[in-house]
Design a protein around this ligand. Sequence first.
Ligand code: KG4
Length: 338
Amino acid sequence: MSAGDVVLGLGIESSCDETAASVVRNGREVLSNCVFSQISLHQEYFGVVPEIASRAHLELMNGLIAKAMDDAGISFSDLSYVAVTNRPGLVGSLLIGLQSAKAISFALRIPLVGVNHLEAHLYAPFLEGANLAFPYIGLLVSGGNTALYVIRDIGAMELIGKTVDDAVGEAFDKVAKFLGLEYPGGPVIEKLAKTASKKKILFPKILPDPEGDFRFSYSGIKTAVINFCKTHPDVPKEEIVYSFQERALEILARRLFEAVKKFGIKRIVVAGGVAANGRLREMISEHSSGDETIIIPSKGLCTDNAAMVAGIGYQYFKRKEFSNLNCDVHARVAELLK
Ligand code: KG4
Protein backbone atom coordinates (compact mmCIF):
# COMPACT_ATOMS: atom_id res chain seq x y z
CA MET A 1 0.00 0.00 0.00
CA SER A 2 1.57 3.34 -0.99
CA ALA A 3 0.83 6.80 0.42
CA GLY A 4 -1.51 7.89 -2.37
CA ASP A 5 -3.62 4.71 -2.39
CA VAL A 6 -7.36 4.97 -1.89
CA VAL A 7 -8.58 2.27 0.47
CA LEU A 8 -12.31 1.67 0.72
CA GLY A 9 -13.56 -0.41 3.64
CA LEU A 10 -16.98 -1.75 4.52
CA GLY A 11 -17.94 -1.68 8.22
CA ILE A 12 -20.66 -3.86 9.74
CA GLU A 13 -22.16 -3.42 13.22
CA SER A 14 -24.73 -5.65 14.95
CA SER A 15 -23.53 -5.99 18.55
CA CYS A 16 -26.74 -4.79 20.20
CA ASP A 17 -29.89 -3.20 18.79
CA GLU A 18 -28.53 -1.17 15.89
CA THR A 19 -28.07 -2.87 12.53
CA ALA A 20 -25.53 -0.80 10.62
CA ALA A 21 -23.31 -0.77 7.54
CA SER A 22 -20.97 1.94 6.29
CA VAL A 23 -18.27 2.63 3.72
CA VAL A 24 -15.24 4.64 4.82
CA ARG A 25 -12.34 5.93 2.70
CA ASN A 26 -8.80 5.67 4.12
CA GLY A 27 -10.15 5.17 7.64
CA ARG A 28 -11.15 8.82 7.96
CA GLU A 29 -13.80 9.82 5.43
CA VAL A 30 -17.35 8.49 5.80
CA LEU A 31 -18.87 7.84 2.35
CA SER A 32 -22.05 6.22 3.69
CA ASN A 33 -23.44 5.54 7.15
CA CYS A 34 -26.63 3.45 7.27
CA VAL A 35 -28.10 2.69 10.67
CA PHE A 36 -31.36 0.98 11.48
CA SER A 37 -32.23 1.51 15.11
CA GLN A 38 -34.39 -1.30 16.48
CA ILE A 39 -35.69 0.93 19.31
CA SER A 40 -39.32 0.52 18.23
CA LEU A 41 -38.98 -3.30 18.42
CA HIS A 42 -37.70 -3.23 22.02
CA GLN A 43 -39.60 -0.22 23.36
CA GLU A 44 -42.42 -2.17 25.00
CA TYR A 45 -39.87 -4.25 26.97
CA PHE A 46 -37.83 -1.19 28.13
CA GLY A 47 -34.62 -2.90 27.12
CA VAL A 48 -33.07 -4.96 24.36
CA VAL A 49 -34.51 -8.46 23.96
CA PRO A 50 -31.61 -10.54 22.54
CA GLU A 51 -33.76 -12.94 20.49
CA ILE A 52 -35.73 -10.11 18.86
CA ALA A 53 -32.49 -8.23 18.18
CA SER A 54 -30.77 -11.12 16.38
CA ARG A 55 -33.81 -11.95 14.29
CA ALA A 56 -34.11 -8.31 13.22
CA HIS A 57 -30.38 -8.13 12.35
CA LEU A 58 -30.85 -11.16 10.13
CA GLU A 59 -33.76 -9.58 8.27
CA LEU A 60 -32.12 -6.19 7.88
CA MET A 61 -28.44 -6.88 7.30
CA ASN A 62 -28.30 -7.58 3.55
CA GLY A 63 -30.48 -4.60 2.71
CA LEU A 64 -28.38 -2.27 4.86
CA ILE A 65 -25.12 -3.46 3.30
CA ALA A 66 -26.59 -2.94 -0.19
CA LYS A 67 -27.74 0.56 0.80
CA ALA A 68 -24.34 1.46 2.26
CA MET A 69 -22.66 0.43 -1.02
CA ASP A 70 -25.25 2.33 -3.02
CA ASP A 71 -25.01 5.51 -0.94
CA ALA A 72 -21.22 5.42 -1.26
CA GLY A 73 -21.57 4.96 -5.04
CA ILE A 74 -19.18 2.04 -5.16
CA SER A 75 -19.36 -1.63 -6.06
CA PHE A 76 -18.16 -4.64 -4.06
CA SER A 77 -15.07 -5.00 -6.26
CA ASP A 78 -13.88 -1.56 -5.03
CA LEU A 79 -13.58 -2.79 -1.43
CA SER A 80 -10.16 -3.48 0.08
CA TYR A 81 -11.33 -4.97 3.38
CA VAL A 82 -14.42 -5.69 5.47
CA ALA A 83 -14.47 -4.84 9.19
CA VAL A 84 -17.05 -6.12 11.64
CA THR A 85 -17.71 -5.83 15.37
CA ASN A 86 -17.06 -9.31 16.78
CA ARG A 87 -16.76 -8.32 20.49
CA PRO A 88 -18.21 -7.46 23.00
CA GLY A 89 -21.98 -7.71 22.63
CA LEU A 90 -24.95 -10.04 22.40
CA VAL A 91 -23.65 -13.29 20.96
CA GLY A 92 -26.62 -13.99 18.68
CA SER A 93 -26.54 -10.44 17.32
CA LEU A 94 -22.77 -10.38 16.81
CA LEU A 95 -23.00 -13.63 14.85
CA ILE A 96 -25.23 -12.09 12.18
CA GLY A 97 -22.70 -9.33 11.47
CA LEU A 98 -19.71 -11.65 11.62
CA GLN A 99 -21.22 -14.25 9.28
CA SER A 100 -22.14 -11.53 6.77
CA ALA A 101 -18.63 -10.11 6.90
CA LYS A 102 -17.06 -13.55 6.53
CA ALA A 103 -19.19 -14.24 3.44
CA ILE A 104 -18.09 -10.94 1.86
CA SER A 105 -14.45 -11.53 2.77
CA PHE A 106 -14.54 -15.07 1.34
CA ALA A 107 -16.40 -14.17 -1.85
CA LEU A 108 -14.29 -11.10 -2.65
CA ARG A 109 -11.03 -12.52 -1.28
CA ILE A 110 -10.45 -9.40 0.80
CA PRO A 111 -9.17 -9.27 4.39
CA LEU A 112 -11.57 -9.61 7.28
CA VAL A 113 -10.97 -7.43 10.36
CA GLY A 114 -12.78 -8.34 13.58
CA VAL A 115 -13.19 -5.19 15.66
CA ASN A 116 -13.60 -4.43 19.36
CA HIS A 117 -16.81 -2.38 19.64
CA LEU A 118 -15.40 -0.32 22.54
CA GLU A 119 -12.29 0.65 20.61
CA ALA A 120 -14.50 1.50 17.63
CA HIS A 121 -16.59 3.92 19.75
CA LEU A 122 -13.47 5.75 20.86
CA TYR A 123 -12.33 6.02 17.22
CA ALA A 124 -15.55 7.80 16.13
CA PRO A 125 -14.27 11.41 16.43
CA PHE A 126 -11.35 10.61 14.13
CA LEU A 127 -13.90 10.22 11.34
CA GLU A 128 -14.71 13.90 11.75
CA GLY A 129 -11.26 15.38 11.31
CA ALA A 130 -9.89 15.12 14.88
CA ASN A 131 -6.15 14.56 14.85
CA LEU A 132 -5.35 10.88 15.56
CA ALA A 133 -2.56 11.06 18.15
CA PHE A 134 -1.68 8.99 21.22
CA PRO A 135 -1.89 8.71 24.15
CA TYR A 136 -5.30 9.92 25.22
CA ILE A 137 -7.75 9.31 28.05
CA GLY A 138 -10.90 7.60 26.77
CA LEU A 139 -14.21 7.82 28.60
CA LEU A 140 -16.70 5.35 27.22
CA VAL A 141 -20.30 5.86 28.32
CA SER A 142 -23.11 3.81 26.82
CA GLY A 143 -26.00 1.50 27.64
CA GLY A 144 -23.66 -1.41 28.28
CA ASN A 145 -20.40 0.24 29.37
CA THR A 146 -19.04 2.90 31.67
CA ALA A 147 -15.26 2.82 31.66
CA LEU A 148 -12.11 4.93 31.61
CA TYR A 149 -9.05 3.97 29.59
CA VAL A 150 -5.60 5.18 28.77
CA ILE A 151 -5.38 4.63 25.03
CA ARG A 152 -1.72 4.27 24.11
CA ASP A 153 -2.04 3.11 20.51
CA ILE A 154 -4.31 1.19 18.14
CA GLY A 155 -5.10 -2.05 20.01
CA ALA A 156 -3.59 -0.79 23.26
CA MET A 157 -6.42 0.22 25.58
CA GLU A 158 -5.47 0.11 29.23
CA LEU A 159 -8.55 -0.09 31.43
CA ILE A 160 -8.19 2.15 34.48
CA GLY A 161 -11.70 1.97 35.93
CA LYS A 162 -15.20 0.81 35.15
CA THR A 163 -18.61 0.46 36.69
CA VAL A 164 -18.97 -2.12 39.44
CA ASP A 165 -22.64 -2.66 38.57
CA ASP A 166 -24.92 -0.91 36.04
CA ALA A 167 -23.73 1.22 33.13
CA VAL A 168 -24.69 4.90 33.10
CA GLY A 169 -26.98 4.58 30.05
CA GLU A 170 -28.65 1.60 31.68
CA ALA A 171 -29.36 3.77 34.76
CA PHE A 172 -30.98 6.41 32.52
CA ASP A 173 -33.08 3.66 30.92
CA LYS A 174 -34.11 2.10 34.24
CA VAL A 175 -35.01 5.42 35.90
CA ALA A 176 -37.06 6.35 32.83
CA LYS A 177 -38.87 3.02 33.00
CA PHE A 178 -39.66 3.51 36.69
CA LEU A 179 -41.02 7.01 36.01
CA GLY A 180 -43.17 5.78 33.12
CA LEU A 181 -41.13 7.62 30.49
CA GLU A 182 -40.10 6.26 27.09
CA TYR A 183 -37.23 3.96 26.10
CA PRO A 184 -34.37 4.75 25.65
CA GLY A 185 -34.35 6.90 28.74
CA GLY A 186 -31.29 9.05 28.03
CA PRO A 187 -32.68 11.52 25.47
CA VAL A 188 -36.08 11.66 27.23
CA ILE A 189 -34.54 12.41 30.62
CA GLU A 190 -32.21 15.02 29.13
CA LYS A 191 -35.16 16.82 27.55
CA LEU A 192 -37.39 16.63 30.62
CA ALA A 193 -34.59 17.76 32.97
CA LYS A 194 -34.37 21.03 31.02
CA THR A 195 -37.89 21.91 32.15
CA ALA A 196 -37.08 21.67 35.90
CA SER A 197 -37.43 24.96 37.74
CA LYS A 198 -36.46 24.27 41.37
CA LYS A 199 -33.34 22.28 40.45
CA LYS A 200 -32.75 21.06 43.99
CA ILE A 201 -30.22 18.29 44.48
CA LEU A 202 -32.28 15.42 45.91
CA PHE A 203 -29.79 12.53 45.81
CA PRO A 204 -26.37 11.99 47.33
CA LYS A 205 -23.17 11.99 45.27
CA ILE A 206 -22.31 8.66 43.66
CA LEU A 207 -19.19 7.32 45.46
CA PRO A 208 -16.72 9.62 47.23
CA ASP A 209 -13.44 10.79 45.69
CA PRO A 210 -10.48 8.91 47.13
CA GLU A 211 -7.46 9.65 44.97
CA GLY A 212 -6.85 7.10 42.22
CA ASP A 213 -10.31 5.52 42.49
CA PHE A 214 -11.75 5.26 39.00
CA ARG A 215 -14.70 3.02 39.77
CA PHE A 216 -18.26 3.97 38.88
CA SER A 217 -21.53 2.67 40.29
CA TYR A 218 -25.11 3.24 39.19
CA SER A 219 -27.31 0.78 41.04
CA GLY A 220 -27.38 2.91 44.23
CA ILE A 221 -28.69 6.05 42.55
CA LYS A 222 -31.38 4.05 40.75
CA THR A 223 -32.58 2.68 44.12
CA ALA A 224 -32.32 6.18 45.67
CA VAL A 225 -34.61 7.54 42.94
CA ILE A 226 -37.14 4.74 43.48
CA ASN A 227 -37.17 5.16 47.28
CA PHE A 228 -37.40 8.96 47.00
CA CYS A 229 -40.38 8.76 44.65
CA LYS A 230 -42.21 6.43 47.04
CA THR A 231 -41.78 8.83 49.97
CA HIS A 232 -42.21 12.07 47.97
CA PRO A 233 -45.05 11.38 45.50
CA ASP A 234 -45.67 15.12 44.99
CA VAL A 235 -42.24 16.02 43.64
CA PRO A 236 -42.63 16.55 39.87
CA LYS A 237 -40.83 14.18 37.50
CA GLU A 238 -38.77 16.95 35.91
CA GLU A 239 -37.21 17.79 39.30
CA ILE A 240 -36.44 14.13 39.92
CA VAL A 241 -34.78 13.55 36.55
CA TYR A 242 -32.90 16.86 36.80
CA SER A 243 -31.37 15.78 40.09
CA PHE A 244 -30.72 12.22 38.87
CA GLN A 245 -29.00 13.49 35.73
CA GLU A 246 -26.76 15.88 37.68
CA ARG A 247 -25.57 13.09 39.98
CA ALA A 248 -25.30 10.43 37.26
CA LEU A 249 -23.11 12.66 35.09
CA GLU A 250 -20.97 14.59 37.54
CA ILE A 251 -19.07 11.47 38.63
CA LEU A 252 -18.06 10.96 35.00
CA ALA A 253 -16.53 14.42 34.78
CA ARG A 254 -14.88 14.06 38.22
CA ARG A 255 -13.25 10.73 37.38
CA LEU A 256 -12.23 11.89 33.91
CA PHE A 257 -10.25 14.86 35.18
CA GLU A 258 -8.81 12.80 38.04
CA ALA A 259 -7.40 10.50 35.33
CA VAL A 260 -6.05 13.50 33.39
CA LYS A 261 -4.23 14.56 36.56
CA LYS A 262 -2.95 11.13 37.53
CA PHE A 263 -1.64 10.12 34.11
CA GLY A 264 -0.58 13.61 32.99
CA ILE A 265 -2.36 13.09 29.65
CA LYS A 266 -4.22 16.12 28.35
CA ARG A 267 -6.00 14.63 25.33
CA ILE A 268 -9.49 13.34 26.08
CA VAL A 269 -11.98 11.41 23.96
CA VAL A 270 -15.53 10.87 25.22
CA ALA A 271 -17.67 8.41 23.26
CA GLY A 272 -20.75 6.13 23.41
CA GLY A 273 -24.47 6.90 23.46
CA VAL A 274 -24.40 8.95 26.68
CA ALA A 275 -21.75 11.24 25.16
CA ALA A 276 -24.67 12.68 23.15
CA ASN A 277 -25.90 14.29 26.38
CA GLY A 278 -25.54 18.07 26.29
CA ARG A 279 -25.33 18.43 30.06
CA LEU A 280 -22.41 15.95 30.17
CA ARG A 281 -20.63 17.99 27.51
CA GLU A 282 -21.25 21.13 29.60
CA MET A 283 -19.92 19.50 32.80
CA ILE A 284 -16.79 18.34 31.02
CA SER A 285 -16.07 21.89 29.85
CA GLU A 286 -16.78 23.19 33.37
CA HIS A 287 -14.25 20.75 34.87
CA SER A 288 -11.62 21.50 32.25
CA SER A 289 -8.73 23.81 33.11
CA GLY A 290 -8.70 24.88 29.48
CA ASP A 291 -5.38 23.06 28.88
CA GLU A 292 -6.93 19.81 27.72
CA THR A 293 -7.90 18.89 24.17
CA ILE A 294 -11.43 17.52 24.50
CA ILE A 295 -12.69 15.45 21.58
CA ILE A 296 -16.32 14.29 21.45
CA PRO A 297 -17.98 12.94 18.30
CA SER A 298 -21.08 14.59 16.88
CA LYS A 299 -24.29 13.09 18.27
CA GLY A 300 -24.87 10.82 15.27
CA LEU A 301 -21.51 9.13 15.78
CA CYS A 302 -21.92 8.76 19.57
CA THR A 303 -24.52 5.99 19.33
CA ASP A 304 -23.82 2.65 17.62
CA ASN A 305 -22.84 2.90 13.95
CA ALA A 306 -20.70 1.04 11.44
CA ALA A 307 -18.57 3.99 10.27
CA MET A 308 -16.56 3.72 13.49
CA VAL A 309 -16.11 -0.01 12.76
CA ALA A 310 -14.86 0.59 9.21
CA GLY A 311 -12.64 3.40 10.57
CA ILE A 312 -10.84 1.43 13.27
CA GLY A 313 -10.82 -1.56 10.89
CA TYR A 314 -8.71 0.50 8.48
CA GLN A 315 -6.06 1.03 11.14
CA TYR A 316 -5.71 -2.77 11.52
CA PHE A 317 -5.85 -3.26 7.74
CA LYS A 318 -2.95 -0.81 7.37
CA ARG A 319 -0.95 -2.84 9.90
CA LYS A 320 -1.92 -6.06 8.10
CA GLU A 321 -3.52 -7.34 11.29
CA PHE A 322 -6.35 -9.39 9.83
CA SER A 323 -8.74 -11.90 11.34
CA ASN A 324 -9.04 -15.48 10.31
CA LEU A 325 -12.17 -16.77 8.59
CA ASN A 326 -12.66 -19.11 11.54
CA CYS A 327 -12.62 -16.28 14.11
CA ASP A 328 -15.49 -16.18 16.58
CA VAL A 329 -17.67 -13.69 18.45
CA HIS A 330 -17.08 -12.85 22.13
CA ALA A 331 -19.66 -11.56 24.59
CA ARG A 332 -16.89 -9.87 26.63
CA VAL A 333 -13.42 -8.47 26.01
CA ALA A 334 -10.21 -8.89 27.96
CA GLU A 335 -9.69 -5.79 30.06
CA LEU A 336 -6.07 -5.12 29.23
CA LEU A 337 -5.85 -5.40 25.51
CA LYS A 338 -2.11 -5.03 25.15
O1 KG4 B 1 -23.79 3.51 22.51
P1 KG4 B 1 -25.24 3.17 22.47
O2 KG4 B 1 -26.03 3.55 21.25
O3 KG4 B 1 -25.49 1.63 22.61
C1 KG4 B 1 -24.80 0.82 23.49
O4 KG4 B 1 -25.24 0.76 24.65
O5 KG4 B 1 -23.79 0.23 23.03
O6 KG4 B 1 -25.89 3.80 23.80
C2 KG4 B 1 -27.24 3.69 24.12
C3 KG4 B 1 -27.43 4.29 25.49
C4 KG4 B 1 -28.84 4.13 26.05
O7 KG4 B 1 -28.76 3.65 27.38
C5 KG4 B 1 -29.40 5.55 26.02
O8 KG4 B 1 -30.37 5.81 27.04
C6 KG4 B 1 -28.16 6.38 26.19
O9 KG4 B 1 -27.15 5.70 25.46
N1 KG4 B 1 -28.31 7.74 25.66
C7 KG4 B 1 -28.27 8.86 26.42
C8 KG4 B 1 -28.55 9.93 25.55
N2 KG4 B 1 -28.71 9.44 24.29
C9 KG4 B 1 -28.56 8.09 24.36
N3 KG4 B 1 -28.06 9.01 27.73
C10 KG4 B 1 -28.11 10.27 28.23
N4 KG4 B 1 -28.39 11.35 27.46
C11 KG4 B 1 -28.61 11.24 26.12
N5 KG4 B 1 -28.87 12.31 25.39
